[in-house]
Design a protein around this ligand. Structure first.
Ligand code: PAF
Length: 281
């Protein structure tokens, strides 16, 4: 496994691989890797000859009052996990390597990045689409892998790749969960033990929605009401949003839904914002 910090060195190494006819898979991450990331790596390795993992805590996707400075980091632990998984290249650039003086071009989806989490976190998705475009241009992967947990992010990236004719196959990978059902997230490490225990309420509320849909319920308001009722049983969590949207387009849905919908949750525990999602229908 090669750990590379500069764009020039990574490009040279990957050019040599491409000349040998090898396909390249990219797993973009912000580090502090958990079993959900490892699943992305495994999926990449199953379809790509070469797997590149990037570890870069991207400052442009954090708002001024967000958790950039406290975002958990563990480069040594991350590299050990990636080595054990048989990753070929790890790209760990400094901020100055990615954002050079004078840079001011951005990539933005002015529709999808302004709704849902984009409303709560203005500028967040613009930071994501800009850095992911840069990583795509640096690595030029054939495939790239993203978790379904960040459902809006995955939808925006799929839209971007289609709209801008990027020749990359995007694979969304199902959310990996802890044994109690809590979605794996680097942010779980920032929860107090009591909040970590309480966080299971997100998965519980989604399971309740799934049961209702399995029994034939298709009313958006009935499902939203039931999800909120479960979330409200946990006083430690502050519900920020419960949204039910078209699973493909993220368009709002009302009345009775006919196409699959995605339920998107944002709940805060202290300063930590947790998200979870489930596609139903
Ligand atoms: O999902 C993440 O960890 C980040 O948003 C990503 C895709 C690596 C971009 O910084």
């Amino acid at each position: 496994m090669k750990v590379i910090t500069t764009i020039a060195e990574l490009r040279a190494a990957l050019k040599a691989e491409r000349l040998k006819g090898k396909s390249i898979g990219l797993v973009p991450t912000m580090g502090y890797l958990h079993i959900g990331h490892m699943e992305l790596v495994r999926r990449s390795k199953s379809v790509s000859a070469i797997t590149v993992v990037s570890i870069f805590v991207n400052p442009t996707q954090f708002g001024p009052n967000e958790d950039l400075s406290t975002y958990p980091r563990d480069m040594e632990g991350d590299l050990a996990k990636l080595k054990a998984e048989g990753v070929d290249y790890v790209f760990t650039p400094e901020v100055a390597e990615i954002y050079r003086p004078g840079a001011n071009t951005i990539v933005d989806n002015p529709v999808l990045s302004r709704v849902l989490i984009g409303k709560i976190r203005p500028g967040h998705f613009r930071g994501v689409t800009t850095v992911v475009t840069k990583l795509f241009n640096i690595v030029q992967p054939d495939h790239a892998f993203f978790g379904e947990k960040d459902y809006q992010q995955l939808t925006i990236i799929r839209r971007m790749v289609a709209d801008l004719d990027m020749p990359i196959e995007i694979t969304g990978v199902a959310t990996v969960r802890e044994p109690d059902g809590v979605a794996c997230s680097s942010r779980n490490a920032m929860l107090t033990p009591a909040d970590r225990k309480a966080a299971v309420v997100l998965a519980k509320s989604l399971a309740q929605a799934e049961r209702m849909v399995a029994k034939g319920q298709r009313s958006v308001s009935a499902i939203r009401h039931a999800v909120r009722a479960v979330l409200e049983t946990e006083k430690r969590g502050e519900i920020e949003s419960v949204d039910i949207r078209d699973a493909q387009t993220l368009d709002p849905v009302s009345g009775k839904f006919k196409q699959p919908v995605v339920i998107l949750l944002t709940v805060r525990f202290g300063k930590v914002r947790l998200i979870d999602q489930r596609v139903v229908g």
